[in-house]
Design a protein around this ligand. Structure first.
Ligand SMILES: NC(=O)c1ccc[n+]([C@@H]2O[C@H](COP(=O)([O-])OP(=O)(O)OC[C@H]3O[C@@H](n4cnc5c(N)ncnc54)[C@H](O)[C@@H]3O)[C@@H](O)[C@H]2O)c1
Length: 259
């Protein structure tokens, strides 16, 4: 049990990477607050955690709204006593996957920045405030993307992820004297979450299987990345096994950015 006696807040816990990670955190002994803009999604993850014998609570939270992030942190403290881990995992795709820079409206740009970068800023801010208030350090994990490491997956989307990566490193340095660690996972394309559908790329299962196959072929290891792959990396980075790891951007990409 790598996370026994730890209390975690998982943003975007209603689907994909957030749901898989909330489940793994709970399996490792953490008590989890599952936050999502879609409360029904967060509640479903809580049901799955409870069915497996874990402890979890669902809250509605729009990570682009500061008060929502304050309330989500408050829920962890009220329910479980203190906050140990915050996973800022929410990200939305380019509304029409495949759009070029000039296809983005100003509203597209503003939403991507407000959710993908603004949400991580607010989540980190409230985590640091709470960690310093209670003392004893804490752990932040952010979800970046290979799109923030190389040009891939949309120009504005990628720029927001590059910003997440830079923020992660800055928070790691600022937080180090207080025992606060901050790292990011950087996944490559994951065809089996709801992310691609949110970007307008949805279809019958056989069409999505083809997308998965094509994605896998672009990875040296030849296998599509899954939410569970990310959850395993997340468990390591938030656990004490990574006690001396901070400011790291860990690709979960089958070797995509290494070549
Ligand atoms: N799927 C991919 O191809 C891929 C690749 C690289 C990185 N990522 C990143 O991985 C992370 C998780 O993506 P996923 O694939 O699990 O996607 P997903 O769409 O399956 O899950 C995202 C969750 O975030 C929630 N959400 C959306 N906007 C929100 C908001 N404003 N406030 C709170 N919750 C909100 C959604 O309701 C959903 O439950 C994101 O940061 C994404 O950018 C995804």
């Amino acid at each position: 049990m790598l996370l026994e006696d730890k209390n975690a807040l998982v943003m975007g816990a209603g689907s994909g990477v957030g749901a898989a990670t909330a489940l793994r955190f709970a399996q490792e002994g953490a008590k989890v607050v599952c936050a999502d803009i879609r409360l029904d999604g967060a509640e479903e993850t809580v049901r799955r955690i409870q069915a497996a014998g874990g402890t979890a609570v669902a809250v509605r939270c729009d990570v682009s709204r500061e008060q929502d992030t304050i309330d989500a942190v408050r829920t962890v403290v009220d329910e479980f006593g203190r906050l140990d881990i915050v996973f800022n995992n929410v990200g939305v795709p380019t509304p029409r996957l495949g759009d070029k820079l000039e296809d983005h409206t100003v509203e597209d740009f503003q939403r991507l920045v407000a959710v993908n970068f603004g949400g991580v800023f607010l989540g980190c801010k409230q985590a640091v405030i709470q960690f310093k208030r209670q003392g004893g350090g804490g752990v932040i994990l952010n979800t970046g993307s290979v799109a923030g490491l190389v040009a891939w997956g949309g120009s504005v989307y990628g720029a927001t992820k590059g910003a997440v990566h830079q923020l992660t490193k800055a928070v790691a340095i600022e937080g180090a004297p207080f025992g606060i660690r901050a790292n990011a996972i950087c996944p490559a394309g994951m065809p089996y979450t709801n992310f691609m559908a949110a970007g307008g790329l949805a279809g019958p299962p056989d069409a999505m299987a083809k997308v998965a196959e094509q994605t896998a072929q672009t990875h040296p290891l030849g296998r599509a990345i899954t939410a569970e792959d990310c959850a395993e990396a997340a468990v390591y980075l938030v656990s004490d096994r990574a006690a001396n790891v901070t400011g790291a951007l860990l690709p979960v990409d089958g070797g995509y950015v290494a070549r």
